[in-house]
Design a protein around this ligand. Structure first.
Ligand code: ZN
Ligand code: ZN
Ligand code: ZN
Ligand code: ZN
Length: 424
């Protein structure tokens, strides 16, 4: 086929011959190609004006044309017929159906908007679908875009603009709500953090107080014990220096002084050891009281008054709220000695009633002991009022211990008196 197409191609314009004309030399060219060749040759020719020379591009022979030019040349009729037939055969055919072999896609399915073949319509998947000629459908819909554009009215445009504005406003409103909520959340947690920080600070402060109480209780004792150590070391070195004294008079004098100091030192009572504990312990307290704390009652969450003393361990832990101060059990402890004194008075009266004769001596000795006891109690009571801290607890404890010792003595005396009374 390619060779045929070459044979049907003009050697001037390299296209299929268009209105092919034959030169006297038998070579054929398009009429338009010969026209342009004739134009060129006449421009540079000195030939006779009634004869138009033309040089064949194939064989270079010069031909003279009559005055009417290329139109005078005969048409290559057979070549023209061949070209027409060739063009018809090579015209682009409509594409064929993928499903139905060699069936041209020559119909337009309106429903599916695609090209189909006859079999598609009669037995295929487009059975019963409305169809049209592609070109006819194209012409029918030609005006549709402008009709559709006409439907985009001003009113519609206004509606769309309104909607856009409304959406923007609503978005801004919601964003403002979210911003406000973020501030609320910030504020809420700021308050919680504030309360927690205050609680923590209060608890740490209570522990600082407890630490101060520990120092107050132990430091004087430790100081006193150190003094005793130093005194003993002093006496040891003094003793060895006395041994080295040669002069009898000086030796005797120094021995006298040493004896006095040693006697005094040995008789000095040692301070009794104390064993304080810290109550309540933080881990236990927090575990007991804080798990039930709710966010709402956080302000009321308890912070204890931490106590460092020997007697508080068995008592219920003292819970003090940060706000108002409750009455603490220490009030009970301060009243206790007074109650005991009253009981002692009643006991004394009972003894006098039971033994009016011997009661005079018993009463006198009891009375003197009682006054001593009350004196010591009142002085220790004053101390406890003065230092409302751990030192108060220790002093109170010492006072109570002293009181119980006195009470034991009194009891012994009473039992002796009662035994003597029974013998009478
Ligand atoms: Zn040509
Ligand atoms: Zn030729
Ligand atoms: Zn088909
Ligand atoms: Zn269809």
């Amino acid at each position: 086929m390619e060779t045929l197409e070459e044979d049907l191609t003009c050697s001037v314009c390299y296209s299929l011959f268009c209105d092919p004309r034959v030169l006297p030399c038998s070579h054929t060219f398009c009429k338009t190609c010969l026209d342009s060749l004739l134009q060129v040759s006449t421009n540079y020719s000195t030939w006779r004006p009634l004869r138009l020379p033309i040089k064949c591009p194939n064989c270079c022979s010069v031909v003279e044309l009559p005055p009417m030019g290329v139109d005078a040349l005969p048409t290559n009729v057979s070549l023209r017929a061949i070209i027409e037939k060739y063009q018809t055969n090579n015209a682009p055919r409509p594409p064929s159906c993928q499903e139905h072999h060699r069936q041209p896609l020559n119909m337009y399915c309106i429903q599916d908007r695609q090209l189909i073949c006859g079999l598609c319509l009669t037995v295929g998947q487009h059975q019963g679908h409305p169809i049209d000629d592609l070109q006819a459908a194209f012409i029918k819909e030609k005006q549709t875009p402008s009709l559709l554009l006409a439907r985009l009215s001003e009113q519609r445009w206004a509606q769309v603009c309104d909607l856009a504005e409304q959406l923007e406003q609503d978005k801004a409103r919601c964003e403002a709500l979210v911003r406000q909520d973020k501030q609320e959340v910030d504020q809420f947690f700021l308050v919680l953090e504030g309360i927690l920080a205050r609680k923590k600070h209060a608890y740490l402060e209570a522990l600082d107080k407890a630490a101060a109480e520990v120092s107050l209780a132990y430091d004087p004792l430790i100081h006193r014990v150190k003094e005793l150590q130093e005194e003993q070391l002093d006496l040891v070195s003094l003793g060895s220096s006395v041994e080295d004294e040669d002069s009898p008079l000086a030796f005797l004098e120094q021995v006298h002084l040493l004896r006095e100091r040693v006697e005094r030192f040995v008789q000095t009572p040692l301070p009794s050891a104390i064993h304080l504990s810290v109550t309540p312990r933080a881990a236990a307290f927090l575990q007991q009281h804080w798990p039930t704390v709710t966010i709402g009652s956080l302000e009321q969450a308890p912070v204890p008054k931490v106590c460092c003393c020997a007697r508080c361990g068995s008592l219920k832990s003292e819970v003090e709220e940060v706000g108002p101060i409750r009455e603490t059990p220490s009030g009970w402890r301060q009243r206790q000695p007074v109650t005991s004194a009253v009981l002692l008075g009643l006991l004394l009266l009972a003894a006098l009633w039971a033994n009016p004769i011997g009661g005079a001596s018993l009463g006198f000795s009891l009375l003197s002991r009682f006054s001593q006891l009350v004196h010591s109690l009142s002085s220790s009571l004053a101390t406890s009022v003065r230092d409302a801290t751990a030192s108060a607890c220790t002093a109170l404890e010492a006072a109570l211990q002293g009181w119980s010792f006195q009470l034991t003595l009194v009891k012994e005396r009473i039992s002796q008196q009662v035994a003597a009374f029974l013998k009478l």
